[in-house]
Design a protein around this ligand. Structure first.
Ligand SMILES: [Fe+2]
Length: 273
């Protein structure tokens, strides 16, 4: 099973780099489409757009329609829950009757559980008390398969960049950590938000964050030839060995053939800038 993991496209219509952000997003999907072997699924861990506007989501939907693999999206702090839901609800995977955009994908050897950490009006994440019961129900719906959990805000200590914690308070991070550790079947947590590669642990669960797709917003130091080339992650699952993560640089516009990523762990990928 191969997961193509993208995040933080921050599409906007009113910024000087608006066109660049569209190009970064579209070229990333084209790159994923050209992968051999093809990924089974594409996940976007939020901040799809920058202002939560319907016209921004329309652009995102148009770009994601070009993807060959099924796409699942999460809400980030820059997203608007209602507008995101309206833009993507036709795809049919959002749980009915749930205030939060929390859901499970059951089609793969690893179950995917997406969690909504958006706290309206705040940049930092939240995981509310009322989400815990639903999360435990989602986890316990299947006792056989391992689970990968997807969040926008990293629910782990991020040791690169200016801030170590990205939730509103430690209580919500502890609440989420305890709910994830309980079953012992969650084997990975994949996040975005920090716009740079990071790795850590949620209790005993390995976790990582993918850099942002929007190259103009990316943090950290990059070699000049990479400045306008988005980076995303490929998470490959092997039943014997678990997940291995590859950082992949979108091929240059002039390059005919896709390049393979060169570094296998997100933590080792980039020095912090
Ligand atoms: Fe974010």
């Amino acid at each position: 099973m191969i997961i193509a993991h993208i995040s933080d496209t921050h599409l906007a219509l009113d910024t000087p780099d608006a066109e660049r952000r569209m190009l970064d997003f579209a070229s990333t999907i084209a790159d994923i489409n050209a992968l051999d072997p093809a990924p089974d699924v594409i996940v976007h861990t939020g901040d799809i757009v920058d202002n939560g506007r319907r016209d921004e989501y329309a652009q995102a939907v148009a770009i994601l329609k070009t993807a060959h693999a099924p796409v699942y999206v999460l809400s980030g702090n820059k997203d608007d829950r209602a507008n995101l839901r309206a833009a993507f609800s036709a795809d049919g995977y959002f749980a009915a009757g749930c205030d939060f955009i929390d859901y499970a994908i059951e089609d793969y050897p690893v179950r995917l559980i997406a969690l909504d950490t958006l706290s309206p009006g705040h940049g930092r994440g939240d995981f509310r008390r009322e989400q815990v019961v639903d999360l435990i129900k989602l986890i316990d719906a299947d006792f056989d398969r391992p689970i990968a959990v997807l969040t926008h805000h990293p629910p782990f200590e991020v040791t690169v960049g200016p801030e170590r914690f990205h939730f509103e308070n430690m209580e919500s991070m502890v609440r989420l950590r305890d709910a994830l550790q309980r079953s012992k079947r969650v084997i990975a947590v994949f996040s975005g938000h920090v716009h740079r590669a990071a790795a850590g642990h949620v209790g005993g669960i390995p976790a990582s964050a993918v850099p942002c797709i929007a190259t103009t917003l990316r943090k950290g130091e990059y070699p000049l030839p990479m400045k306008s080339r988005p980076v995303y992650h490929l998470h490959r699952f092997d039943p014997a060995w678990g997940f291995a993560t590859e950082s992949r640089v979108v091929r240059a516009a002039s390059s005919a053939a896709p390049e393979r990523g060169t570094v296998s762990t997100p933590a080792a990928f980039l020095a912090d800038g």
